[in-house]
Design a protein around this ligand. Structure first.
Ligand code: SF4
Length: 121
């Protein structure tokens, strides 16, 4: 039997100038963080670097080459402060409760940006 074929349209080769659309899950997580600016602070001076918290919060924490936890996908200067989505708060609380060195705490992001006052203004 004769099968009729149609010419295929030429594919567009002009690059799309629009910015890439954000991943829906990442956008939802960012919105969740924006709505609830809770931050998990890692005190590296107390931490022993065994990485229990990274096993409890693999979505948020990675380990550096010495085993110390740090925030994933954050600028280097902000890697001890981990924004926590509301859905991950229970896991963050578990990590705090189980941290053997009490090196983790939850705080509001606004409190982290303020430096302690030295009484000179
Ligand atoms: S659980 Fe505590 S002591 Fe262990 S790596 Fe995490 S922050 Fe450090």
């Amino acid at each position: 039997m004769f099968a009729r074929t149609w010419p295929q349209p030429a594919r567009c080769t002009v690059p799309d100038p629009r910015p890439p659309r954000p991943n829906a899950a990442a956008a939802a997580a960012a919105a969740d963080v924006a709505a609830d600016p809770t931050v998990l602070h890692i005190d590296w001076t107390l931490c022993d670097g065994r990485g229990l918290c990274t096993e409890l919060l693999p979505e948020l924490l990675g380990r550096d080459e010495w085993g110390y936890p740090l925030a994933l996908n954050r600028p280097v200067s902000e890697r001890s402060n981990v924004p926590v989505q509301r859905s991950l708060l229970p896991a963050a609380r578990d990590a705090i409760a189980l941290c053997p060195r009490q090196a983790l705490r939850l705080t509001e992001s606004a409190k982290l940006t303020r430096l302690p006052s030295n009484g000179r203004g």
